[in-house]
Design a protein around this ligand. Structure first.
Ligand code: ADE
Length: 268
C-alpha cells in the first residue's frame, strides 16, 4: 500500500510509522536477530502478545543465520583467540556482511534514523524496564546480534554496535535466551501490542515499585481467602491496598528500587 491510501490506512490502524518515501504503512518496529542457532527461535515468537503484535503488523521479526554470511568453504563463524586462551571467538567478517546486507552499510554513522544494533553479552549495560521503554518509544529498527562462545571479535563492537546489553549478572551460553527476553519486553510496550484491555502502566518497575499481588476466582481456595478489600467494590480502598502491597513487596525484595537505583533510562 502506498501514497495517501497508505497513510490513511496507517491512521485507521493507529500505526505510528509511515514510510516517508512511499507513504506506505510499515510496522512500528522491525527486529532482525542474527544468530548461529536460528532453530532456537523457530516458535518462540509465535505465542501470546508477540504473536498478536506480529499478526497485527505492529512488529516484524526476522531471524538470520550468521553462518549464511560466512564466505570460506567451511562456513566458519568462529576462530581461536589471538593471544591464546580458552574457547573460540566469533569472527567479524560474517557479522559485518550480515549488517551490510540488512542496513546497506557497516558505517554506524550512516545507519538509517532509528536504527539500533544491539550486541548481547554479559559485558553490556544492564537491560532494565526504562531501557526497554526507550527502545519501544524511539527505535524503529533493532538488529540484535547474539554472541556465542567466549565472545565476539571486539571490532564488531567498535564499528557496528550501538548498544552492548546484558540482561543480568550471570553468564548464559549465548545471547539467544537474552534476545528472547529483550524482544519480548520491547514488543509488549509497542503501541497497540497489549490491546486496549491491558496497560503496562501499573506493572512492576513502572513508577519505581514492584507490582502488587493479584487474585482471581474462587474467592476461597483450600482455606486461603482473597483479601476482603478486593471483594468490597470500594475502588479507592482497593487502590490504596494495592499501593501498600506493592510497597511492602518492594521493601522486602528490592530496596534498591526505592533508592532510585533502577532509574537508568534511554540509550547510549
Ligand atoms: N550472553 C551471555 N550471557 C549474557 C547475559 N547475561 N546477557 C546478555 N547476553 C549474554
Amino acid at each position: 500500500m502506498t501514497g495517501t491510501a497508505g497513510a490513511l490506512a496507517c491512521t485507521l490502524l493507529n500505526r505510528d510509522y509511515v514510510d516517508a518515501r512511499e507513504g506506505a504503512c510499515v510496522p512500528v518496529m522491525k527486529i532482525d536477530v542474527l544468530t548461529i542457532f536460528p532453530e532456537f527461535f523457530r516458535e518462540v515468537f509465535d505465542f501470546g502478545i508477540i504473536r498478536r503484535a506480529k499478526l497485527a503488523e505492529i512488529v516484524e521479526i526476522n531471524v538470520h543465520d550468521i553462518r549464511e554470511y560466512a564466505t570460506d568453504k567451511h562456513k566458519m563463524v568462529d576462530d581461536r583467540p589471538f593471544g591464546g586462551g580458552d574457547g573460540m571467538v566469533m569472527k567479524p567478517e560474517p557479522i559485518f556482511a550480515a549488517i551490510e546486507n540488512l542496513l546497506g552499510t557497516s558505517d554506524r554513522d550512516a545507519y538509517p534514523e532509528g536504527t539500533r544494533v544491539v550486541l548481547l553479552s554479559p559485558q553490556g549495560r544492564q537491560f532494565k524496564q526504562p531501557v526497554a521503554r526507550w527502545f519501544a518509544n524511539d527505535a524503529k529498527h533493532v538488529v540484535i546480534i547474539c554472541g556465542r562462545y567466549e565472545g565476539v571479535d571486539e571490532r564488531v563492537n567498535d564499528a557496528l554496535v550501538t548498544d552492548e546489553i546484558s540482561i543480568g549478572d550471570y553468564v548464559l551460553s549465548g545471547g539467544e535466551p537474552a534476545a528472547v527476553v529483550v524482544v519480548d519486553s520491547i514488543v509488549r510496550l509497542l503501541p497497540g501490542a497489549l490491546g486496549s484491555e491491558t496497560s503496562a502502566d501499573n506493572e512492576s518497575f513502572e513508577g519505581g515499585l514492584l507490582d502488587c499481588p493479584h487474585y482471581t476466582r474462587p474467592a476461597e481456595f483450600r482455606g486461603m481467602k482473597v483479601p476482603d478489600v478486593l471483594l468490597s467494590g470500594d475502588h479507592a480502598e482497593i487502590d490504596k491496598w494495592r499501593h501498600e502491597m506493592a510497597l511492602e513487596k518492594t521493601i522486602r525484595y528490592r530496596k534498591d528500587l526505592l533508592r532510585g537505583e533502577n532509574g537508568e533510562s534511554g540509550s547510549d
